[in-house]
Design a protein around this ligand. Structure first.
Ligand code: ATP
Length: 862
């Protein structure tokens, strides 16, 4: 007599497992043949998988694939007798002659099943190693014993085995079904491996492969003219794309190209600018490399700083651009250490490579003596260090000796960096010394005579994304040193030294080393790949999907590496509990924010929450979050906080280009961002005073330390941001600061007539004329107005009515739409600007430029 379960198999009418069960049962008759556990890719002739990774892979997979709890089926009350599960039980019992399964017999059968070697082998073939097998067994046993009602098929099989008409191995398909429920990856491992197969990235871009591309690699040190030559080809072409590493560089090319008479647009993560006033796209575009458009065909493409392909975080963007750009001619600019890698990569794409090598245009002398004391500084000196604490210390020492100092470090907004550079470059400005981090290594034209390495120890990120303190690499030292001396500047010949005597031999040793050849280019998962993973593993968090992807991914590690995904995971974790569709979650998690900035992370979470509630993130909402209108920084803590606020605005803009409806107020945000840039600049101008004003010097140190080490959860981040706010309440404006804001306002206002001269700090660019007579801060007023009008419009859409003849501010307050605190701040800011305006421009009719008239304000204050 055929057992009941075999009859069921024949009828093939249950849950899609029939085929699998049948095929698995074949194994039990020892007709074994290799299937899934060996990936077909293992036989790929030219690729290999990182052996270290495979060694650790199993352990890590175990950690990542946390079992999903499969609960026993328990009927609780009589109502359940009508449920399908209960009717299953009835059917099970009915088909087995009304027998319930006897507990001890059941335990015996299951224990017997567990002890059999052939079962363990079968399980291993299905991806269940010993640990997974044990986990699955424990859960399966519990399921069988504790369920008051078993699935009908399992009930029948167990009943057959207990009664002697079935074999204990017959349990295997049901056990496997249970195991797959616990570990969903078991049923889709092959699919997951295929999705995460990154071994042939050249083939991801069939359109680019359809074009015969010519690669021209301009290789050479800094200041050798390589970008200049590449840009000549770009500007003289019919259409072109420039892909740069920084917004500053993209916007410099944007301005230069337009100034040279070739219409060019600008595309960065946070900004789109069209050369055409109507917004018609130009044939040329300058963009940041992540924004490179791979669907447009260009005549000429330029990819700048191509050695950045090895960057642990952003390298993938250069790889993507290099492999995917559709252009007949692609100019690469970068270090000669990348030549071999480019040649190897272009074998995979079938493109021709021509290498043009360049030499430095000006001399660079390594001095025999270290500086040793700040008394030995001279005009054109630039101190380079790698921490904010050092920046503060050096600046204090120099100012104590009566020097004016320009300061540049990474977290300053681009406008502030440009203005600091411009001050330093300007031969008529009294500021002749610069103190900077290696943020000056790229993107700024500086007239530096001598680079002084204040320190040679730099926090570095290794390929695993771990931070370690190490001496600067040869490539970094050369890049920084190379900033001294500039073609056609006041200081054509550069000098390099160290501050400390002991560091000088080390520096010379570092720069004399051969620059390490760049062997591998970065890759990373795409949104589509992660989406496919999520389809197969719907219960996993985004962060663990990324982990699993990285672990399963296969790539040719002789020329590629997987970029560090920690930052994406960090952001994914912050918003894990915010309900979002996967695509939006992934987009949010890719936001380019600095995770060391707690306030920015907090805002990131708040933006995500707004999005998930389908509430547009309006300017009104944002203004409250960031305490706009801004106050002039009074202490170094204030300055650090404002830098973070700047990044929050950047994040808003970035999101506004991805979710336009949900972040609708980008123009207003851009307006206050420009304003904030100037306020920060004013703070930097007075940085030494800000340091002194910090209640204790230690505060300043704390800032630097906290901002360089924090890795907090969103909640901790939120708590810290509250503290930061409360320490940030001081407001004491001072006239010189305001004057500098007002002076600078005009230069940064992108809507003013002479836009083409604003971005490139150069000693050839004239100093803005008569700063003191520049009209009142139009930009600030525009923003204040837009803000009030935006409030009004929003209120109107919600049914509020306004009386046109009465003061708008009064009405907004009366309706509870604007707080008195905000108004006080607005008042204060306007009054300051007003006073200053009167002082600096007696000739002008100041009242005309004021948008809020004084009578109204007085009325309001009453
Ligand atoms: N042939 C040239 N005629 C006029 N100016 C030039 C020429 N070559 C280079 N320059 C100028 O010299 C400066 C340095 O050149 P460029 O930026 O091209 O160097 P680079 O090798 O790309 O350096 P980096 O790697 O620092 O960008 C630029 O201001 C550039 O405009």
């Amino acid at each position: 007599m055929l057992s009941l379960h075999k009859q069921l198999l024949r009828s093939s009418n249950f849950s899609g497992y029939t085929f699998k069960i049948a095929s698995i049962l074949n194994y039990s008759t020892h007709k074994r043949h290799r299937t899934s556990s060996n990936s077909p890719h293992h036989h790929h002739p030219s690729h290999r998988i990182n052996p270290n990774k495979t060694n650790n892979q199993t352990n890590n997979l175990r950690r990542l694939f946390q079992p999903i709890d499969v609960k026993p089926l328990i009927t609780t009350d009589k109502l359940d007798s009508t449920s399908s599960k209960d009717s299953d039980a009835d059917i099970g019992r009915e088909l087995t002659g009304g027998k319930t399964l006897e507990r001890n017999a059941l335990l015996r059968v299951i224990t017997d099943f567990y002890r059999r070697d052939e079962i363990k082998k079968l399980a291993a073939d299905q991806g269940l190693d010993i640990r997974l097998f044990q986990d699955a067994y424990v859960s399966f046993r519990k399921f069988c014993i504790q369920s008051t009602v078993l699935p009908v098929d399992l009930h029948i099989v167990l009943s057959d085995i207990i009664s002697g008409s079935g074999h204990v191995t017959d349990i295997f398909p049901y056990f496997l079904r249970h195991a797959r429920e616990m570990f969903p990856h078991l049923s889709c491992m092959e699919d997951l491996k295929k999705i995460s197969d990154l071994r042939d990235p050249a083939n991801w871009y069939p359109d680019a492969r359809a074009i015969q591309r010519k690669i021209i690699f301009h290789a050479g040190p800094t200041n050798s003219g390589k970008t200049y030559h590449a840009l000549q080809s770009y500007m003289n072409s019919d259409s072109g794309v420039y892909c740069g590493p920084l917004k500053l560089l993209a916007s410099e090319v944007f301005y230069k190209t337009n100034a040279a008479g070739t219409k060019c647009d600008l595309v960065t993560g946070e900004e789109r600018r069209f050369a055409d006033p109507e917004g018609k796209p130009a044939n040329h575009v300058a963009c940041t490399v992540e924004m490179t458009n791979l669907t447009t065909v260009y005549d000429v493409a330029v990819i700048d700083e191509i050695q950045m392909m090895r960057d642990p975080q952003r390298g993938w963007a250069w790889t993507r651009a290099l492999l995917g750009i559709q252009a007949k001619e692609i100019h690469l600019c970068g270090e000669a250490s990348t030549i071999r890698l480019i040649q190897e990569l272009m074998v995979t794409t079938g493109d021709d490579v021509e290498v043009r090598e360049y030499k430095r245009l000006t001399k660079l002398n390594y001095q025999e003596r270290a500086l040793e004391t700040f008394d030995n500084v001279k005009p054109g000196d630039c101190f380079v260090c790698f921490s904010k604490n050092d920046i503060f210390h050096i600046t204090r020492e120099l100012e104590r000796r009566g020097h004016e100092v320009a300061v540049i470090y990474g977290s300053l907004p681009p406008g502030t960096k440009l203005l600091q550079a411009q001050r330093f470059n300007d031969p008529t400005d009294s500021c002749k010394i610069m103190v900077a981090t290696d943020a000056i290594g790229m993107g700024l034209n500086l007239s530096i005579k001598r680079i002084i390495f204040y320190s040679l120890v730099k926090p570095q990120l290794n390929e695993q994304g771990e931070k370690e303190k190490d001496a600067v690499t040869t490539s970094q030292a050369l890049q920084i040193a190379g900033r001294a001396g500039r073609f056609a500047s006041a200081f054509p010949d550069g000098e390099v030294t160290t501050f400390r005597r002991d560091d000088l031999p080390l520096l010379k040793e570092i720069v004399s080393r051969q620059v390490e050849t760049i062997k591998r280019a970065g890759l990373h998962p795409t949104a589509e790949q992660i989406e496919m993973f999520a389809y197969h593993l719907p219960k996993h968090s985004l962060s663990s999907l990324i982990d699993i992807f990285v672990l399963l991914s296969q790539l040719d590690d002789s020329i590629f590496f997987m970029c560090n995904v920690e930052d994406v995971k960090f952001l994914a974790d912050i918003i894990e509990h915010v309900p979002l569709p996967l695509r939006a979650r992934y987009t949010f998690s890719c936001a380019p924010i600095n995770k060391k900035m707690p306030f920015v992370c907090t805002m990131f979470l708040k933006y995500a929450r707004q999005y998930s509630r389908s509430e547009p993130t309006t300017f009104d909402w944002l203004a409250k979050q960031i305490s706009w209108p801004f106050e002039i920084p009074n202490t170094i803590m204030d300055l650090v906080h404002l830098e973070e606020v700047f990044d929050c605005l950047d994040l808003y803009l970035w999101l506004s280009f991805r979710f336009a409806d949900m972040f609708p107020d980008k123009e207003l945000v851009r307006g206050i961002q420009a304003e904030l840039d100037q306020i920060i600049h004013a703070g930097v101008q007075n940085i030494v005073k800000l340091i002194h004003r910090a209640s204790r010097l230690e505060d300043a140190k704390d800032v630097a330390v906290t901002t360089s080490t924090t890795e907090k959860t969103a909640e901790v981040v939120a708590a810290i941001s509250e503290e930061t706010k409360s320490t940030n309440s001081s407001t004491r404006t001072n006239a010189p600061q305001i004057r500098s804001i007002i002076g600078l306002e005009e230069e940064l206002d992108i809507d003013t007539t002479n836009t083409l001269t604003t971005s490139i700090p150069d000693n050839k660019i004239e100093k803005p004329q008569e700063k003191s007579t520049i009209p009142l801060t139009m930009n600030t007023h525009k923003v204040l107005h837009s803000y009030l009008n935006a409030l009004k419009t929003q209120a109107e859409t919600r049914g509020h009515e306004f009386n046109e003849t009465e003061d708008l501010i009064k009405q907004l307050i009366a309706k509870g739409l604007l707080s008195q605190r905000s108004v006080d701040k607005l008042e204060k800011q306007l009054a300051t600007f007003n006073d200053n305006d009167k002082k600096t421009s007696k000739k002008r009719e100041t009242t005309k430029t004021m948008t809020f008239n004084n009578t109204n304000k007085k009325n309001k204050l009453k």
